[in-house]
Design a protein around this ligand. Structure first.
Ligand SMILES: Cc1ncc(COP(=O)(O)O)c(C=O)c1O
Length: 396
């Protein structure tokens, strides 16, 4: 593995996180259990979200949201071919659960100021066929949620918030992931908090909560509110093994929950340091004339108190992105594309005939000129910032 002086993230696991995991290992109860319950309750309490369920990844959370929407136990459900709007700048598993659930994605371009879905393009693309919108909160930033919620209400749409990159961001003092009918979070290693693999799905009503609980674990009735009622109606079956719904196994473990919960308790501290580091790095980058001339930085949208995932950057069109990134990496700065760039350029999209004959100009710009670097969750020294600025300057 390459030794970066400025990695995407330093190893996020502190000794105190590992000690929590050891406690679980010593209890010898490793599967889903009381620690997961504790994490789910605390997550709901802090975010002021009605229901939270831990899963094994953010991808699984997205899958469960879409599968819940088409589930026969849901009174108001989506049907085959219903349209779901999604930004063209998205992650693979923001998109595929839509298709895996028999629904039809329709892509919307993004806004270069926020890197999030373009509300003007969104308005144009809402039609009678549109039943839901899946938005992606990119790297800790978001759209004007007041305007978005106005559209959602006006057109009676379902909102899914892919919050996998934005745990802890607030819009007008309300946490992202609490606006929509469903939201997903990821605790993969470089995210705002880490549990190895892991994620959370939040939803707003009991019906969805019960469906997701069942889908998460084989489709069985265990742990459902009406478990006893289901057993009485199925006396011919062993009440411990009643498969009430279709299902997956997307559960996480108490090992992951113990690490995730311990990190989540320090979320505000991580956000604070990422934010301070961002301010200090930006201040130094902007002081350098060559850098300032060739680079565009992304600011938090109005009313947004961002929980930054990283520092997104757009290079001027005259700079060759690949050459620039190669030099940066060689000098020890780890870089990443902004999500996946324009997802319509991916071979999987072509294979599944999802190409829509439309232009996604801004996603293309991000695709061809964008990248991001990490933001440490502890104070970064002036010496390191100086070295980072040097790497930028020499790579231009
Ligand atoms: C926007 C977005 N959605 C979903 C995911 C998937 O999360 P996970 O890796 O936990 O499956 C990611 C992963 O980085 C992401 O960036």
């Amino acid at each position: 593995m390459k030794n970066f002086f400025y990695p995407l993230i330093e190893n996020p696991y502190r000794d105190k996180d590992i000690l929590e995991a050891i406690k679980i290992l010593k209890s010898k109860k490793l599967t889903i259990g009381p620690k997961t319950d504790e994490f789910q309750k605390y997550f709901s309490k802090k975010l002021k979200s009605k229901y939270s369920l831990m899963v094994n990844s953010g991808s699984s959370a997205n899958l469960l949201a879409l599968q819940c929407l088409i589930n026969p136990y849901r009174k108001k459900r989506l049907k085959k071919g219903d349209e779901v709007l999604i930004p063209s700048l998205c992650w693979s598993t923001s998109l595929w659960p839509i298709i895996q659930s028999g629904l039809k994605p329709k892509f919307v371009d993004i806004d270069l100021k926020t890197l999030n879905i373009n509300l003007k393009d969104l308005k144009k693309k809402i039609s009678k066929k549109t039943k839901a919108i899946l938005i992606v909160h990119v790297l800790g930033n978001c759209v004007d949620m007041t305007e978005l919620m106005h559209l959602i209400k006006k057109h009676k749409l379902i909102l899914i918030e892919d919050t996998c990159e934005s745990l802890g961001t607030k819009f007008k003092n309300k946490y992202l992931g609490t606006f929509g009918d469903f939201s997903s979070f990821s605790f993969y290693t470089s995210h705002q908090i880490s549990s190895g693999e892991g994620g959370m799905i939040c939803c707003k009503n009991n019906e969805d909560h019960e469906i997701i609980k069942s889908l998460r674990a084989h489709g069985w009735s265990r742990g459902l509110k009406n478990e006893k009622k289901i057993a009485s109606a199925n006396k011919h079956l062993d009440r411990r093994f009643i498969f009430y719904n279709s299902g997956f196994n997307l559960r996480s473990t108490d090992i992951a929950a113990s690490i995730g919960l311990n990190q989540f308790r320090d979320l505000d501290k991580f956000i604070k340091y990422r934010s301070i580091n961002r301010i200090n790095i930006l201040r130094s980058l902007k002081k350098n004339k060559k850098i300032e001339k060739n680079i565009k930085f992304i600011e938090a949208n109005n009313h947004v108190k961002a929980s930054w995932f990283g520092l997104p950057i757009l290079l001027n069109k005259n700079i060759n992105r690949n050459k620039f990134l190669k030099k940066m990496e060689k000098m020890g700065v780890e870089t990443r594309p902004i999500i996946s760039g324009n997802f319509l350029k991916q071979p999987s999209v072509k294979k599944y005939n999802l190409i829509q004959n439309l232009k996604f100009i801004n996603s293309d710009i991000v695709n061809n000129h964008g990248f991001f670097i990490g933001l440490p969750t502890s104070p970064i020294s002036d010496k390191k910032i100086k070295k980072l600025i040097g790497a930028f300057e020499k790579s231009l």
